[in-house]
Design a protein around this ligand. Structure first.
Ligand code: SF4
Length: 572
């Protein structure tokens, strides 16, 4: 490579040529130095061999497979794309087991609540570029309701997509470098991580690397689809904003391991397993620590044990928690070690330094990054909803005044990162012009709601609307001065994790007559928490009508504030 190029230009050209080589290799073409083309291998049509063996073992034991398992054996949703495409051409929604199969691709038929699809994306670690964000807005406008929701897995959902357009949405998202594959059904869901990864002054590790590695591993490993039930994995880098990793099947918590305990001192992930708050369990510490670079291999081995031993006869008991309950940690970890082909590293509790604590308000407002002169700005979204106009505006602000990234959080809002000190006020004004703010009352800052009956057939109540009503009512009447989390979830699936809220409401049809008439309503829990304050809330009120919920929450908050022993005593 000669000529009149500067060293910088030469480096560029070398990089360009080696990049071309990688592209040719990925397409099975010989590289510039020659070589054989890759052969084309036909995809199998059922689940992978381990799942089939587990199904056969279940039947051999005289047990009846769940209908969903039989449907998987007949055709794994991953292989339904051509039929799904034909259904779109015919303008029809899926029926029977195809409803579950389409969810492998992120298309959720939400009938009878709405005659439409909800499309759920995957956004590893919740981080998107400004152009992806604007692109999603364009897609939502062209094919759905002109809005999107930020979910409690730091993800986006587009709603009101007609039968003809589901595939168009999926294919346009792929063109944006996004995918929906495996975002629903019995698959590994969106991979969450610390939203301030790489910019957080107190983080121990940047979780984006590990979330992205696992995301790509799942997408490209057929065995990781069609599990006994859904599966969640999260990475918490010990930053200021909690990633709620203890609500996941696998929760990786960055920790500092001290010298003298048999493990190399430094930053490891502590392994917590079995979180499923809808079944009243937070992930529990296993005593195992994992080198960050081994996190994907360890997760893979854990999932493979789950594939072998997950319950395929009863979907209510098919989550990882039930394998752990049946086996106990030691037997389960021994199985993981067999899959892994090596021993896991165990350390006593005292080997791990106390973790930096999260700040329950750090997802809202202006916060200094670890990079001098830069800030992240947490923007309030009323129960996660934003219009396409707002999304385009947010993308433009991120591009022009931030570092180009938009970071979604499990608190159903987003951060604009990389804002220079001198631009903070400008960003605030630009957000204001979009009708968005960066400050919220304590009630609104910690308000989380699932989709609810306006878009989910399982819901007993319109959670998002009722959440808004609770916030509007309380904000006008009581000045809450400590963070408080209020979670509203529409049914036992617990998408908004009511059991970890200071106050948690779970949808309940409330009887109002002897003839069986019911109205929207809730059962109410108190005392939930996460992280260092992890706890499962306990139910204290039942059959509260939705119209009465704002008054009840106001009384609960007032009771706490009037009776606390010190002004800084938390609700918990
Ligand atoms: Fe639907 Fe229930 Fe999840 Fe709410 S918690 S979105 S009602 S499945």
């Amino acid at each position: 490579m000669t000529g009149d190029f500067s060293p910088e230009q030469k480096r560029y050209l070398e990089g360009f040529v080696s990049g071309l080589g990688a592209v040719r290799a990925s397409r099975g073409l010989p590289g510039f130095g020659g070589g054989a083309a890759a052969s084309v291998v036909a995809e199998p049509t059922g689940p992978d061999a381990a799942s089939l063996k587990a199904m056969a073992r279940t039947e051999a034991a005289g047990k009846k497979l769940e209908a969903a398992e039989i449907a998987k054996r007949e055709e794994l949703g991953l292989d339904s794309y051509a039929r799904m495409k034909q259904a779109a051409k015919d303008g029809v929604y899926p029926k029977g087991p195809d409803v579950l199969r389409w969810r492998y691709h992120g298309l959720f038929f939400v009938g009878p609540t709405q005659d439409s699809y909800m499309v759920r994306l995957r956004i590893p670690n919740g981080v998107m570029t400004h152009w992806q964000f604007a692109g999603v807005a364009d897609i939502a406008e062209a094919h759905g309701g002109p809005y999107a929701h930020v979910t409690t897995r730091a993800n986006l959902q587009i709603r009101e997509v007609p039968a003809t357009d589901g595939i168009k949405v999926l294919e346009k998202l792929v063109a944006l470098g996004l995918t929906c594959k495996g975002s629903g059904a019995d698959n590994i869901r969106n991979v969450t991580g610390t939203p301030t990864a790489g910019i957080d002054p107190q983080e121990l590790i940047d979780t984006r690397v590990y979330a992205s590695e696992w995301h790509n591993h799942i997408l490209n490993t057929r065995e990781m689809y069609g599990l006994p039930r859904k599966f969640n994995v999260a990475y918490d880098g010990a930053g200021l904003i909690a990633a709620l990793e203890d609500t996941n099947d696998i929760g990786f918590q960055a920790v500092e391991v001290k010298d003298g305990f048999g493990a190399e001192p430094g930053v490891w992930f502590r392994l917590a397993l079995g979180g499923i708050t809808g079944h009243k369990d937070l992930a529990r510490d296993t005593g195992v620590v994992v080198k960050p670079e081994d996190a994907t291999r360890v997760s893979d081995a854990i999932v493979r044990v789950f594939i072998d031993h997950g319950d395929r006869t009863d979907r209510k008991k098919a989550r990882l928690k039930y394998v752990l309950d049946a086996f106990g940690f030691e037997k389960f970890l021994a199985e993981v070690e067999i899959k892994l082909g090596e021993k896991l590293t165990r350390v006593p509790t005292e080997a791990v330094a106390v973790r930096p604590v999260s700040d329950r308000q750090a997802h809202i407002g202006v916060h200094k990054q670890k990079q001098d002169g830069l800030n992240w700005i947490g923007v309030v979204l009323p129960v996660g909803k934003m219009t396409v106009e707002q999304m385009r505006g947010i993308a433009k602000i991120s591009r022009d005044l931030g570092d180009g990234d938009i970071r979604l959080t499990v608190w159903q809002n987003f951060l604009i990162s990389g804002v220079k000190d001198e631009n903070v006020e400008l960003v605030k004004l630009a957000l204001e012009a979009l009708g968005l703010g960066i400050s919220a009352t304590a009630v609104r800052a910690g308000l989380v709601a699932c989709t609810g009956s306006e878009g989910c057939k399982f819901a007993a109540s319109p959670t998002k609307r009722n959440a808004e009503e609770i916030a509007a009512h309380c904000d006008g009447r009581i000045a809450v001065d400590q963070p408080v989390n209020i979670h509203l979830t529409g049914c036992h699936h617990s998408c908004a994790q009511h059991y970890i809220g200071d106050i948690g409401l779970i949808g309940q049809r409330v009887p109002v007559s002897d003839e069986g008439d019911t109205v929207d309503g809730y059962n109410v829990c108190v005392g939930g928490g996460f992280g260092a304050d992890g706890a499962i809330g306990r139910e204290i009120f039942q059959n509260i009508k939705a119209e009465d919920a704002p008054f009840l929450v106001e009384r609960m908050l007032k009771g706490w504030m009037d009776n606390r022993s010190a002004p800084d005593e938390s609700f918990a």
